[in-house]
Design a protein around this ligand. Structure first.
Ligand code: HEM
Length: 385
C-alpha cells in the first residue's frame, strides 16, 4: 500500500495527543538501556530498545519481588502500582503463575467466540442510538464506557440487579478510587450464589480460592483492563479519524480490521510494572546490578527503528508487527484476546456506519485529562459525522 503524507502519524497538523511527546525523543534516540532518576527520586534502569525489552520480559532473573522491599528503589510511591509481591523470589513466581492459571479460563478462544456476537450487537445498538440522536456525541458516554462496563460486569458475573451500581463503582475505580469497588466485590463474594455461575467471581469461589483472593484477582482484572481498553478505543478512533486512507482500508474486511487493531496497539503503547534484577544482568552493553529497579518501556520499544521500519508511520499493513503493548512471555496480558475483540468490534461497527466520524472539538478543549492510568486522555471524546 502506498501511504500518503496524511497517514504519517507525527505530521505537524495532527492534534498534539497523537504526536510523540517531544521530551521522549531524546530518550528514544539514546542508548537502549540507561540509568535514570525516577519520579520518586530513586535510581533505575530505563530500557527502551525493542530487543532488550523483549529479552528482559523473558528473563527469569527479573521479577516483581525484592529481597529487602523497604530498601528498594521505587518508580513512584503509589500503594497499588508500585508494590513488590514478596521478598522471596520463588514465592513471588509461584504466586504469579498461580494467579495466571486461575484467570486463564476466562479468556479462552471458546469464551471469546461466544462473546463476540454479543459485543458486536452492543456496539451496533449504541451506534444506532448515536445516529438517531444526531451529532455531536460523547463517544465515551455513548459507546466505549457502557460497552466496557457491560463486558466487565458480565466477565465477573455481576447479577443483573447490581449492574448499574457496580458500573458506577468501576468508573470510580478507573478514576483512581477503588475503595467502593473493592467493597462491592467483597459483598458479591459473600453473596456468591447470586453471581452468574459462569462468571469469574463464582468460578474462583468454586475453585476454592480464599474470599480475599477472589476479591484481589477480580480487582486486578478490572484495574488492568478497563482503563487500558478505554484508552486504546479513544486512541484508535482518533488515529483512524485523522487518517482517511487507512480508515478506508480498515473497512476493506475483517482481516484488515485485525491488522489495524495491531497497529493502533503498537502506536498507543502501554505501561509495564516496575521490576527488580535478581542477579547481575548484562544487557545492551551495560550491567544491571542485582536488586536494581528496572523499567521496561513498552511504548518506546514499539518505536524502535531496529524493530520497525519508519516506526512513526501509521501503517495498518505493517508485517510483522511484533509490538510490546501486551507485554511478552510469562507477563503477556491475559486479557489481550478480549481487548482485541472489543477493539475490532468497536472500530468496525463505528466506522462501518459512520465513515466520516471525526472529533467535534479541538481535543485540548474536550475536557480535563482523565485519570492518570487512562493515559491522560480527556474524560470525554466529542465526535461528529
Ligand atoms: C488494550 C487494552 C490492554 C492493554 C494495552 C493491556 C496491557 C497489559 C500489559 C502491558 C500487561 C503486563 C504488565 C507488565 O508486564 O508488567 C497486562 C497484564 C494484564 N492484563 Fe492487560 N491490557 C489490556 C486489556 C486487558 C483486559 C481487557 C484485561 C481483562 C479483562 C486485562 C487483564 C490483564 C491481566 C489480568 C494482567 C496480568 C497478567 C500477569 O500479571 O501475568 N488486560 N496488560
Amino acid at each position: 500500500m502506498t501511504v500518503s503524507q496524511e497517514s504519517v502519524l507525527m505530521a505537524s497538523d495532527l492534534p498534539f495527543e497523537l504526536r510523540m511527546c517531544p521530551h521522549l525523543r531524546p530518550v528514544r534516540e539514546g542508548s537502549p538501556v540507561r540509568r535514570i532518576r525516577t519520579p520518586a527520586g530513586d535510581e533505575a534502569w530505563l530500557v527502551t530498545g525493542h530487543a532488550e525489552v523483549r529479552d528482559l520480559l523473558r528473563d527469569t532473573r527479573l521479577g516483581r519481588s525484592h529481597p529487602a522491599p523497604d530498601a528498594r528503589a521505587q518508580y513512584a510511591r503509589h500503594p497499588t502500582y508500585d508494590q513488590v509481591t514478596s521478598d522471596d523470589h520463588r514465592a513471588a513466581d509461584d504466586m504469579h503463575a498461580g494467579l495466571r492459571a486461575v484467570m486463564k479460563p476466562y479468556f479462552t478462544t471458546r469464551r471469546m467466540l461466544e462473546l463476540e456476537p454479543r459485543v458486536e450487537a452492543f456496539v451496533g445498538e449504541r451506534v444506532e442510538r448515536m445516529i438517531a440522536a444526531g451529532p455531536p456525541a460523547d463517544l465515551r458516554e455513548s459507546l466505549s464506557a457502557p460497552l466496557l462496563r457491560q463486558v466487565f460486569t458480565e466477565l465477573l458475573g455481576v447479577p443483573a440487579a447490581d449492574r448499574e451500581r457496580c458500573a458506577e463503582l468501576m468508573r470510580q475505580a478507573g478514576a483512581g478510587d477503588p475503595a467502593g469497588f473493592i467493597g462491592y466485590l467483597g459483598e458479591l463474594v459473600a453473596r456468591r450464589d447470586e453471581a452468574a455461575a459462569d462468571g469469574m467471581v463464582a468460578g474462583l469461589c468454586a475453585a476454592g480460592l480464599p474470599d480475599e483472593q477472589v476479591v484481589q484477582v477480580s480487582l486486578l482484572v478490572q484495574l488492568a483492563g478497563y482503563g487500558a481498553t478505554l484508552k486504546q478505543i479513544d486512541y484508535g478512533v482518533l488515529l483512524l479519524a485523522h487518517n482517511p486512507e487507512q480508515r478506508a482500508a480498515v473497512l476493506g474486511g475483517p482481516e484488515r480490521t485485525t491488522w489495524a487493531v495491531e497497529e493502533i496497539l503498537r502506536l498507543s503503547g502501554s505501561l509495564s510494572l516496575p521490576r527488580y534484577a535478581r542477579e547481575d544482568i548484562e544487557v545492551g552493553g551495560v550491567t544491571i546490578g542485582a536488586d536494581d529497579l528496572v523499567l521496561l518501556d513498552l511504548t518506546l520499544g514499539n518505536f524502535d527503528e531496529q524493530a520497525f521500519e519508519d516506526p512513526r508511520r501509521f501503517d495498518i499493513e505493517r508485517s510483522p508487527n511484533r509490538h510490546l503493548t501486551f507485554s511478552h512471555g510469562a507477563w503477556t496480558c491475559l486479557g489481550a484476546p478480549l481487548a482485541r475483540l472489543i477493539l475490532r468490534a468497536t472500530f468496525a461497527g463505528l466506522f462501518g456506519e459512520l465513515p466520516g466520524l471525526t472529533p467535534a472539538t479541538p481535543l485540548v478543549d474536550a475536557g480535563e485529562p482523565g485519570a492518570p492510568l487512562s493515559g491522560g486522555l480527556p474524560e470525554r471524546l466529542l465526535v461528529t459525522w
